[in-house]
Write a protein that binds this ligand. Structure first.
Ligand SMILES: *Cc1c(COP(=O)(O)O)cnc(C)c1O
Length: 349
């Protein structure tokens, strides 16, 4: 169906014609031989970070490539997913001309990035059961619609979308389909990464900020066809992922056992938390979750939010989001933190 898909028709004219900046580390690529580096105006005295980092993060990508079964040329890394998403806007959306589609209630950054980049954001609400409204999405798209953002598992609703709905969109939407999988490690559902080969218009983003427990180092990951990654590489800042981040990330992703242990603990705690929340009088609904948080409908969200603050617990009030009136979003904490939360909630009248 997508056999005649042509990435060139989606790329901005200015990006197509761009000659990217060539850094010192681009022009001479170390093959490991002992060389004297007098090419980048660095301070020569070693302190661990006096040299510029690898602009293409080859060592880190080699590990990811092996773990995920995708080529290194299909991976782009950024300073958090937020940078990756911004690069996608800047590569494909002509300001004041193109548009994107987002599916509220969802992650707020897509809308902010659209605003920053002067790109129209067409919003198509999720259905009442928090699924994409496929016919409406396809009806709203036109020849200037470059991107469709699908957050699955979705923040703040917590659910992963049905495979069938996503498949329909991948087949019928004519721009790029960006599936944000920030929470995929908490879900029973398989990553869409496995479909990269069959879907030339698919972009999958992941992050080290959630299940991998490294929000502080800022590492976002983008997987897509080599053609798409080539375009993004052209416009990314040369040294967008710093040396310390590359080192810390490598150490962590090689320790899959520790990550899996933490994820299973979080999943166990999530189940217990959902149970306890469901027993509370002022809780009207506990929504299913494929993520590390639970969305809950309560009687008076503003009041409950403030009561929790007064007791020293900060949650997220999502009540101003469409379809989310009177909802609070609880991130799953440590067993001790969750116990404290439940004890406080049980005292509320
Ligand atoms: C937390 C989150 C991210 C992570 O963003 P980073 O910039 O990588 O920290 C991305 N997408 C969604 C939907 C999120 O909730």
């Amino acid at each position: 169906m997508k056999s005649n898909f042509n990435i060139a028709t989606l790329v901005r004219e200015s990006v197509k014609n761009l000659k990217p900046y060539s850094s010192a580390r681009d022009e001479y690529i170390s093959d490991g031989s002992k060389m004297v580096f007098l090419d980048a105006n660095e301070n020569p005295f070693e302190n661990g970070v006096n040299r510029y980092p690898d602009p293409y993060q080859r060592n880190l990508k080699a590990i990811l490539s092996e773990q995920k079964g995708v080529s290194e040329q299909s991976i782009l890394l950024g300073n958090g997913s937020d940078e990756v998403l911004d690069l996608i806007f800047r590569a494909f959306c002509e300001p004041n001309q193109d548009n994107v589609i987002t599916l509220p209630p969802t992650y707020g950054m897509y809308k902010v990035l659209a605003g920053i980049n002067a790109v129209e954001n067409r919003e198509v609400l999720l259905t009442a059961d928090f699924e994409p409204d496929v016919p409406e999405i396809l009806a709203v798209a036109d020849e200037n619609t470059k991107l469709l953002f699908i957050c699955s598992p979705n923040n703040p609703t917590g659910n992963a979308f049905s495979d069938e709905h996503i498949k329909q969109l991948l087949e019928s939407f004519r721009g790029l389909v960006v599936i944000d999988e920030a929470y995929i490690d908490f879900s029973q559902k398989k990553s869409w990464l496995n479909n990269l080969k069959d879907c030339p218009n698919l972009v999958v983003t992941q992050t080290l900020s959630k299940a991998y427990g490294m929000a502080g180092i800022r590492l976002g990951i983008c997987y897509a066809s080599e053609e798409i990654i080539t375009v993004l590489n052209k416009i990314k800042p040369p040294y967008n992922v710093n040396q310390l981040t590359q080192q810390q990330a490598m150490g962590r992703i090689l320790d899959q056992k520790a990550i899996q242990q933490e994820v299973s603990q979080i999943l166990k705690e999530r189940g217990a938390l959902q149970q306890e929340l469901g027993d509370l009088e002022f809780v009207k609904e506990v929504y299913p979750s494929d993520s590390n948080f639970v969305l809950v409908k309560v009687d008076h969200a503003d009041k409950r939010y403030q009561e929790l603050i007064n007791k020293g617990v900060v949650v997220r009030n999502r009540s101003n989001q469409p379809l989310c009136g009177n909802t609070l979003r609880f991130t799953v904490g440590t067993p001790k933190e969750n116990k404290k939360l439940i004890a406080i909630l049980k005292q509320m009248k």
